[in-house]
Design a protein around this ligand. Structure first.
Ligand SMILES: Cc1ncc(COP(=O)(O)O)c(C=O)c1O
Length: 420
């Protein structure tokens, strides 16, 4: 089922919000709260939408594992043909544990360690996306010591400022730590050409996250393609162009990026350049497929404020407090004509910054009620922590009427595992 059929994840049917065919309230009753719930049909629909939109450019959809690295989710993504964009040895381990084909794995990140580089070489990943000269020198050394050749692309910093909801999620301009400075790019490829342990096969750009306008992608791509032409004439055998991820979704307010419109700009350019396209979608595959379920513990009125204190907070879903992320919140069960009131939805963590929503208008919440925090499939569990001695929640994957626990809830024993 593609998004054209499924127009809203988690529809409200007969007063109750569903995932697939299953009421969220039933899942919370069965598995407890707080709880992450993912809708597999939605994820498959999103992968199909990317495959279709970019079909002309022989796309490799390298799912960005950082968005949600759950093993079963990765296996399901592998089953529909996805590769992986990884940023650490740990994510490589996850991707390989899910049997993602190493020839579909690209490795980004500004701080790759020697061990991580060696591990990626051993696994024979498709390519390193290199973020500095020092990193490329290190990759060359590690690869030549092992008698191997490292395939790589340079992640260029095109100095394109994309509008993102928060400055922490813009990465394509020159005062961020990401990518090789534009002016150094050509020289670095030339340096690599003489090195048998290095094989330059691609070029990469990632300008930020939650971008809803195709224009900055097109500007970044056009910049990168000027370098591609020069490099080709100098004998650099480029085969892929990686446009990164960051494709914006609707968090319940504001537009989403139109990937068909984006593809209509990107595909012809990449095809004309004789390259294959690599895409690194993270949130755009799994974000809307996830909901975070949390139960109201107390409703507390303090001065002008009404605080709805729920059993999940920044330790499970840090986006609101970390970069002002917006998540639509609604009761998972019947609303029964209740009036909306303005509240702060806050968690149990001892931080003033522990909130899921501030000054939000929602149907007057009741103690014991289940709330659905939408669009929590990406950067939810993957950024969760044990801060304040909190147990990380269970994760449940729903496929129609089929329900699977894909990660069990942590126990107190898990909190001290590994400590001496
Ligand atoms: C290099 C790279 N690729 C892909 C992504 C995925 O971004 P998103 O989940 O917004 O698609 C990120 C996010 O930080 C990234 O840094």
């Amino acid at each position: 089922m593609g998004p054209s059929v499924l127009t809203r994840s988690f529809p409200r049917v007969d007063g109750r919000v569903l995932c697939g065919e299953v009421p969220l309230e039933d899942l919370a009753d069965q598995f407890g709260t707080p709880l992450f719930v993912y809708d597999l049909a939605w994820i498959r629909g999103r992968v199909a939408a990317f495959d279709d939109a970019f079909a002309g450019a022989d796309p490799l959809v390298a799912y960005s594992v950082k968005a949600n690295g759950n093993l079963t989710l990765l296996r399901e993504l592998e089953a529909v043909g996805c590769g992986a964009d990884i940023t650490s040895g740990g994510e490589l381990f996850r991707a390989r544990s899910a049997e993602i084909d190493p020839s579909k794995i690209v490795f980004a990140g500004v701080g790759k360690s020697e061990d991580e580089i060696a591990y990626a070489l051993d696994e024979r990943i498709y390519a390193f996306n290199v973020e500095s000269r020092s990193e490329l020198e290190r990759i060359e050394r590690v690869a030549s010591e092992r008698g191997e050749t490292a395939r790589f692309g340079i992640r260029v910093n095109p100095n394109v400022l994309a509008t993102t909801p928060h400055k922490y999620t813009a990465t394509g301009h020159s005062d961020t730590k990401f990518g090789v400075p534009w002016e150094e790019t050509r020289a670095l490829y030339r340096w690599a050409l003489d090195r048998p342990a290095l094989s330059p096969i691609g070029i990469d750009v990632h300008i930020g996250s939650q971008i809803v306008d195709p224009d900055p992608y097109v500007r970044a791509l056009d910049r990168v393609l000027t370098v591609v032409a020069d490099l080709r004439t100098e004998g650099v055998p480029l085969e892929y162009l990686d446009i990164g991820g960051g494709f914006g979704i609707s968090y319940g307010h504001g537009p989403a990026l139109d990937i068909v419109a984006l593809a209509s700009e990107i595909v012809p350019r990449v095809v004309d350049a004789g390259l294959r396209l690599v895409l690194e979608p993270g949130r755009s595959l799994v974000g809307e497929a996830g909901v975070f379920l949390t139960r109201v513990q107390y409703v507390k009125v303090g001065g002008p404020k009404t605080f709805v204190i729920v059993d999940g907070g920044m330790s499970e879903l840090i986006r609101p407090s970390h970069y002002g992320g917006y998540h639509a919140i609604e009761p998972a069960g019947p609303i029964d004509g209740r009036q909306a009131i303005v509240v702060d939805v806050v968690g149990p963590v001892c931080e003033t910054g522990d909130f899921l929503a501030l000054d939000r208008s929602i149907p007057e919440p009741r103690e014991g009620e289940l709330l659905a925090v939408h669009t929590s499939g990406a950067y939810g569990f993957s950024m969760a922590s044990n801060y304040n001695g909190r147990l990380r929640p269970a994760e449940v994957l729903v496929d129609g009427a089929d329900v699977r626990v894909v990660r069990r809830r942590e126990t107190y024993q898990d909190l001290i595992r590994g400590e001496v």
